[in-house]
Design a protein around this ligand. Structure first.
Ligand code: PLP
Length: 405
């Protein structure tokens, strides 16, 4: 047989969170090494159990979940999502505007596939959650990265956004709360993004999968609630707010002026029906989750485990010479900076691989999030306090040796 090559479509597709360094970590585990993993936002794997009531409802409904469902999702789930959009003040959402998917991931790919032709550009934040960039490339479009400003708490740089819009720009992606920076966007910034989108006829894609993982008692505003005209697709799901990544239950909601988007919506409907439906058992958890006790609040408020771990990680990371980090207001991640004067890193993937080999701690390099310079990394603050302290202690030791080179 001839050498089987991967499709040329994959030439610019990259997802480094599960990339070569993770493969190296797996190999090391097979050889018997214990690795502390600060690389993936998988809550359940760190003892953040999904709520019992969601589990019970999925189990109870399992006998009813053996068949295909409506391509857009079961009625009870979509009704609960519709109510959630009302709580978040998103206007005019009907059941038909809601699509349930196998996690937000599937829907991101679907939304990009339905939109993009060769040459179409989509604005994506840098740093980003890299699935967005990958999905745009896979769909034949061109991701164009706008900078988020570390000096301003990682908020998007509006002038950079404006400077990157041209006649091919179709849409802008907003990840709020943000992975990997933990930023939470204020309303005035969201209004300015809406103004830009309105002026240039852009669709807004709003990834809000962490909208309940909020520290400091702050609230989250859905960008879709601030305009009734700009076409906006909002993404959310059970993975993070309800510690249920493995149930693969996510949704997207179309809002704003849909009159000019009939053709696009037809495309979304077709792609949703082509994959028949999202996994049915997971869909049965959605109504219970959205209507039930919001136990994430206990984890993020004062004294809550997630909040404590964020505080510890932030303090310890900032105490390392030459390392600085904006304190996350939301989500599960930090994106610290390594001062290039002190750490002249040329290849941050090699740097992270070296850390893994020497100290058995797994992080993800900043360029894996489409950050343009090799001077950042992402840390997930999910492991228990003791593991977190041990891991950051090892990172500090590695960096101390690095400084002595
Ligand atoms: N969007 C962001 C910003 C994420 O961080 C993640 C997962 O880490 C996802 C989407 C994927 O979520 P899901 O599990 O719903 O596919």
């Amino acid at each position: 047989m001839k050498h089987v090559k991967k499709s040329a479509k994959l030439a610019n597709v990259c997802y480094d969170i599960r990339g070569p360094v993770l493969q190296m970590a797996k190999q090391m585990e097979e050889e018997g090494h214990k690795i502390i993993k600060l690389n993936i936002g998988n809550l359940a794997a760190f003892g953040f159990d999904s709520p019992e009531e969601i589990q019970q409802d999925i189990i109870r409904n399992l006998p009813n979940a053996a068949g295909y469902t409506d391509s857009k999702g079961i009625f009870a789930a979509r009704k609960a999502i519709m109510h959630y959009t009302q709580q978040k003040h998103i206007k005019g959402v009907t059941l038909e505007d809601i699509y349930v998917g196998n996690g937000v991931s599937e829907l991101i790919v679907m939304a990009m596939n339905a939109l993009l032709d060769a040459g179409d550009e989509v604005l994506v934040p840098a740093p980003d959650y890299p699935l967005w960039t990958a999905a745009i490339s896979l769909s034949g479009g061109k991701p164009v990265h706008y900078l988020c400003d570390e000096a301003k708490g990682w908020l998007p740089d509006l002038n950079d956004i404006r400077s990157k819009i041209n006649k091919n720009t179709r849409a802008i992606v907003i990840i709020n709360p943000n992975n990997p920076t933990g930023a939470l966007y204020p309303d005035d910034l969201l209004h300015e993004i809406i103004d830009i989108a309105r002026q240039h006829h852009l669709i807004i894609y709003a990834d809000e999968v962490y909208d309940k993982v909020l520290y400091e008692g702050v609230t989250h505003t859905s960008i879709a609630s601030l305009s009734e005209d700009v076409l906006t697709i909002t993404f959310n799901g059970l993975s993070k707010n309800y510690r249920s990544c493995g149930y693969r239950a996510g949704w997207m909601v179309v809002s704003g002026d849909k009159r000019h988007a009939k053709d696009y919506i037809e495309g979304l409907d077709m792609l949703a029906s082509m994959r028949l439906c999202a996994n049915a058992p997971g869909q049965h958890g959605i109504q219970t989750a959205l209507g039930g006790y919001q136990s994430i609040d206990d984890l993020v408020t004062d004294g809550g485990r997630l909040r404590r771990q964020r505080d510890i990680a932030h303090e310890l990371i900032n105490a390392i010479p030459g390392v600085s980090c904006v304190k996350p207001k939301a989500a599960l991640y930090m994106f610290p900076r390594l001062d290039p004067e002190i750490y002249p890193i040329k290849n941050d993937q090699a740097f992270i691989a070296e850390l893994l080999q020497e100290e058995k701690v797994l992080l993800v390099q900043g360029t894996g999030f489409n950050w343009p310079h090799p001077d950042h990394f992402r840390l997930v603050f999910l492991p228990h306090e003791d593991d977190l302290k041990e891991a950051i202690g090892r990172v500090a030791r590695f960096l101390e040796n690095y400084r002595k080179r």
